[in-house]
Design a protein around this ligand. Structure first.
Ligand code: XMP
Length: 492
């Protein structure tokens, strides 16, 4: 035997279809299974699911929907810096208790002007402020109605309610509701010590927050937001941090690279947000990252639109990759995210059994309403676009100068060496219903294993190895499917 034939004594690496969870005695009903987890050292989620940082998956609409449902959206980085900041701010403002962009009226405007303005802005009331921002009154549709027709040229100061109930800057949702209840009002201006307007709390806003009891929120009650940044773009990372992003995802195709590690370390030192670094797929890589990262993301080539493994010949089947990284990360209390290759809820919960704390999905969510892009119809079926961030289309559209897959910007399109494809994925409707199927299936997995929590499940779950025959048996077989199930479509 020589050094080269030695190379063929290889360890086996497995992926989702190679394994199943071994059923175990259980006292856990699936709907009792608690999906709470941590995505990074300081960020907890009620739902262990992230939407991928891809330009056909996550911008603010997706990130808002994900966070409201308890997960986390990671805004992609094919955006110029200003757009990125705007997207983060949209998420952070979406469910804010105190609205900061308040539509206001001036006392000298006419009732008619203010009526038109409120209609244009889609609000049903507005604080009336003087030039210094001091609150003089509040005006609503109810105040305005008697003036229309007969007094629409009267000034707002005539029509407004001038005994305004205001709240201090540190008002809580409960206190605001009590004020509204006591005074039978629906909006309360928030003022500083000198009675100057600093925000507005509305009944509608509070009720909306209640609707999303599982939402991922920061300590101020704002929705959580993740964002992808490059390892060599400190300016972007700092801007994302200042815009309020909760978790920065250092987004690379191969984070076990000296320059990436150094760039990521530098970013980690400069920002307050948690820093998750990826992607990797081996224990040696994990040993490097646990030194400083707040979370580690795993996946070298498992993604549905990825061609990394066939183009480069490199990769690691995802279940093995996750176990290797989790072996190391768990010793250092660093959360692990399994990114890519998840087609069914069963895959997602297998990734957790393999040691992940959360999962990231692209194709699963790309067909939903909240993903960027429009619905197209082909042969009578509806689709949305879904493309790899290493596809020619995504690389040439990129505004971020250090695209994850781009070595150097070529002059001609045919000089790109892509590691991903551009595709279409079936249109699926709302994110909430897709996510419901995903988490429901994950809870079923926890029920079969008899674990009530994610940490408990990670410990208790065991795998069995599945043969090709076993795998065929797992799927619907020997039948013609007549009605589409909401959580299953057989692979082509
Ligand atoms: P799924 O399977 O959920 O995978 O669609 C999403 C993940 O795939 C990764 N990704 C890529 N990998 N070439 C790759 O090799 C690409 O062009 C590409 N684009 C995205 C990424 O980790 C994402 O979260």
């Amino acid at each position: 035997d020589g050094p080269f034939s030695e190379k063929l004594r290889v360890p086996e690496a497995l992926t989702f279809d190679d394994v199943l969870l071994r059923p175990k005695e259980s006292t856990v009903e699936p709907d009792e299974a608690d999906l709470g987890t941590r995505v990074s050292r300081n960020v907890e989620l009620n739902v262990p699911v992230l939407s991928a940082a891809m330009d056909t998956v996550t911008e603010s609409d997706m990130a808002i929907a994900m966070a409201r449902q308890g997960g986390l959206g990671v805004v992609h980085r094919n955006l110029d810096l200003d757009r990125m900041v705007e997207e983060i701010e949209k998420v952070k403002r979406a469910d804010e208790l105190i609205i900061r962009d308040v539509v206001t009226a001036e006392p000298g405007q006419t009732v008619r002007e203010v009526d038109a303005m409120m209609e244009g802005e889609g609000v049903s009331g507005a604080p009336v402020v003087d030039d210094d921002g001091e609150v003089l009154g509040i005006i609503s549709g109810t105040d305005i109605r008697p003036y229309l027709e007969v007094g629409e040229h009267d000034e707002v100061r005539e029509a407004m309610t001038d005994e305004v109930i205001t709240a201090p800057q540190d008002v809580t949702a409960r206190e605001a509701l009590e004020l509204m209840y006591e005074h039978k009002i629906e909006r309360v201006p928030v003022v500083d010590d000198e009675n100057r307007l600093s925000g507005l709390v509305t009944m509608q806003g509070i009720l909306q927050r209640r609707e999303y009891g599982d939402a991922a929120r920061d300590e101020n009650g704002r929705l959580r937001c993740g964002v992808a940044v490059g390892p060599f773009n400190l300016e972007r990372a700092v801007a994302a941090d200042e815009a309020g992003a909760d978790v920065l995802f250092i987004d690379t195709a191969h984070a076990h690279n000296r320059n990436v590690v150094e760039g990521s370390r530098e970013i980690k030192e400069e920002v307050d947000a948690d820093v998750v670094v990826g992607n990797i797929g081996t224990r040696e890589a994990a040993a490097e990252l646990v030194e400083f990262a707040d979370g580690i993301k795993v996946g070298i080539g498992p993604g549905s639109i990825c061609t990394t493994r066939v183009v480069s010949g490199a990769g690691m089947p995802q279940i093995t990759a996750v176990t290797q990284v989790a072996d190391v990360a768990s010793q250092h209390d660093v959360p692990v995210i399994a990114d890519g290759g998840i087609r069914y809820s069963g895959d997602a919960i297998k990734a957790i059994a393999a040691g992940a704390d959360a999962v990231m999905l692209g194709s699963y969510f790309a067909g939903t309403d909240e993903a960027p892009g429009r619905v197209v119809t082909m042969n009578g079926k509806k689709y949305k676009q879904y493309r790899g961030m290493g596809s020619v289309g995504a690389m040439s559209a990129g505004d971020d100068e250090d695209n994850r897959y781009l070595k150097e910007e070529p002059d001609e399109e045919d000089e790109y060496v892509p590691e991903g494809v551009e595709a279409a994925t079936p249109y699926k409707g709302s994110l909430a219903s897709e996510l419901h199927q995903l988490t429901g299936g994950m809870q079923s997995g926890m029920g079969y294993v008899g674990a009530e929590t994610i940490p408990g499940f990670k410990e208790r779950a065991e795998f069995v190895r599945v043969s090709g025959a076993g795998q065929r048996e797992s799927h619907a077989h020997d039948v013609v499917i007549t009605d589409e199930a909401p959580n299953y479509s057989p692979d082509e």
